[in-house]
Design a binder for this molecule. Structure first.
Ligand code: HEM
Ligand SMILES: *[C@@H]1O[C@H](CO)[C@@H](O)[C@H](O)[C@H]1NC(C)=O
Ligand SMILES: *[C@@H]1O[C@H](CO)[C@@H](O)[C@H](O)[C@H]1NC(C)=O
Ligand SMILES: *[C@@H]1O[C@H](CO)[C@@H](O)[C@H](O)[C@H]1NC(C)=O
Ligand SMILES: *[C@@H]1O[C@H](CO)[C@@H](O)[C@H](O)[C@H]1NC(C)=O
Ligand SMILES: *[C@@H]1O[C@H](CO)[C@@H](O)[C@H](O)[C@H]1NC(C)=O
Ligand SMILES: *[C@@H]1O[C@H](CO)[C@@H](O)[C@H](O)[C@H]1NC(C)=O
Ligand SMILES: *[C@@H]1O[C@H](CO)[C@@H](O)[C@H](O)[C@H]1NC(C)=O
Ligand SMILES: *[C@@H]1O[C@H](CO)[C@@H](O)[C@H](O)[C@H]1NC(C)=O
Ligand SMILES: *[C@@H]1O[C@H](CO)[C@@H](O)[C@H](O)[C@H]1NC(C)=O
Ligand SMILES: CC(=O)N[C@H]1CO[C@H](CO)[C@@H](O)[C@@H]1O
Length: 324
């Protein structure tokens, strides 16, 4: 049922059946063609994360952005060309970073198994391994493989498909539903904001001009707003950033929901999760850490299957930033 729904959504989104094989990802797709692929990626990722604690957040967000725009097909990794402005250059999304590291990890895989492992799988695995590193002896979620890479990346599609931090609940629900994800997935995956940072311009309207009268968002914790104002000193500040989950910004845990309940969700899109009863109920459920890890794994597996290219669709890119 769920798979049919995904395929249906996928057909509506992409208009072609050929790009919609979400169900045919496999566990260990490279078992025969590149048996060490997953180990190489894990090793390379952990080595990088050990020296750059910001990477888990970057990879997780990158994987999310990849999946929401044309499906998990590494379109987010392509560079713009003379004729085309790529997703990567969607202006508000420029703060995505870590592209060069993905390119390096892919290069290590290519050394052992040229032209076999897709960039889309490298990104999905690296995101999982980066976030899992130091949190858990075992991977936090399963990543099925067999994705292939797109030859297309368009800025307009990033603008149209990525949720905005200024969205209300209704808009967010619609946005996720467009990708075959439900309210449960929305609340669970927003827990990704337990790690990483947000730039002031994504939320300073809440501090300085919420309704256009120089006012503050009444749904934002006043004490926290006072603190945020010491960091983001004006509406035009687009360079300063703050950790999204204060006190626990590098730890992948369920503290996001604790701070959210204290009205300290950073973006309007975070606060929005408290504006609907069924969504609030999910938030409350996720205050239980075990429940959070279990549900996060489920929703990540769903997200990782959005609109994937499999079989003979797309290609196996040689270098992640450029089509073959
Ligand atoms: C619900 C809709 C979502 C909205 C509106 C949203 C919006 C944002 C924004 C505006 C930022 C800050 C970017 C910056 O200023 O540098 C951000 C960061 C981040 N987002 Fe989301 N996001 C959403 C869902 C998700 C999901 C589903 C995930 C992954 C499961 C995710 C993972 C992250 C991570 C890890 C960061 C930190 C990135 C870093 O520190 O480099 N977000 N998000
Ligand atoms: C790869 O190996 C794993 C572990 O033995 C197995 O569970 C999986 O089904 C295999 N996948 C394929 C596509 O052969
Ligand atoms: C991964 O790293 C471990 C420990 O450093 C090493 O024993 C193993 O051979 C590496 N595996 C691959 C495939 O690189
Ligand atoms: C691709 O784009 C990234 C920025 O997204 C840039 O750092 C890199 O130099 C570009 N690579 C090539 C080969 O143009
Ligand atoms: C860009 O477009 C021009 C004119 O349509 C074409 O001649 C050229 O080959 C294109 N370049 C690339 C890199 O696609
Ligand atoms: C949510 O935002 C959309 C788009 O900005 C708007 O049309 C809608 O009226 C808003 N809904 C609520 C309940 O505020
Ligand atoms: C606050 O918003 C109003 C209405 O959009 C605008 O006219 C005013 O210039 C804004 N104030 C600042 C300081 O940007
Ligand atoms: C940040 O603001 C400055 C000055 O207003 C502007 O020149 C710059 O393009 C902005 N940068 C981004 C990423 O929006
Ligand atoms: C605001 O945050 C503080 C902790 O920083 C908390 O004690 C307080 O209950 C919160 N207030 C509201 C209204 O949520
Ligand atoms: C909460 O959201 C769900 C899903 O969008 C919707 O069906 C329900 O009507 C909403 N409840 C309220 C009270 O708005
Ligand atoms: C997460 C994020 O910053 N997304 C932004 C990407 O670009 C679109 C279009 O401008 C914004 O609406 C999103 O907020």
């Amino acid at each position: 049922m769920r798979r049919q729904a995904l395929i249906l959504v996928c057909m509506v989104v992409f208009g072609v059946v050929g790009t919609c094989h979400g169900g045919s990802l496999k566990k260990g797709f490279y078992n025969n063609t590149c048996p060490n692929a997953e180990a190489i990626i894990k090793n390379a990722t952990e080595k990088r994360v050990a020296s750059d604690p910001k990477l888990p957040a970057r990879f997780l967000r990158m994987h999310f952005h990849d999946c929401f725009v044309r499906g998990c097909d590494a379109s987010v990794l392509l560079n713009s060309t003379t004729n085309n402005t790529a997703e990567k250059d969607a202006i508000p999304n420029l703060t995505l970073a870590g592209f060069d590291v993905i390119d390096d990890i892919k290069a290590e895989v290519e050394k052992k198994c040229p032209n076999v492992v897709s960039c889309a799988d490298v990104l999905a695995l690296a995101a999982r391994d980066a976030v899992s590193f130091k949190v858990s002896q075992t991977p936090l979620w399963e990543v099925l493989t067999g994705r292939r890479d797109s030859r297309v990346s368009r800025i307009s599609e990033a603008l149209a498909n990525l949720p905005s931090p200024f969205s209300n609940f209704t808009t967010l629900v619609q946005n996720f539903a467009n990708k075959g994800l439900n309210v449960q997935d929305l609340v669970v995956l927003s827990g990704g904001h337990t790690i990483g940072v947000g730039h002031c311009n994504a939320f300073s309207n809440r501090l300085y001009n919420f309704t256009g009268n120089g006012d503050q968002d009444p749904s934002l914790n006043a004490t926290y707003a006072t603190f945020l104002k010491t960091q983001c000193q004006s509406l035009s500040d687009n360079t300063t950033f703050v950790v999204m989950d204060p006190g626990s910004g590098l730890a992948f845990d369920n503290n996001y929901y604790v701070t959210l309940k204290q009205n300290k969700g950073l973006f309007q899109s975070d606060a929005a999760l408290l504006t609907n009863k069924s969504s609030r109920d999910v938030v409350d459920k996720l205050l239980d850490s075990k429940e959070f890890f279990k549900e996060f794994a489920k929703s990540m597996e769903k997200m990782g299957a959005i609109g994937v290219l499999t079989g003979n669709a797309g290609e196996i890119r040689n270098k992640c930033y450029v089509v073959n």
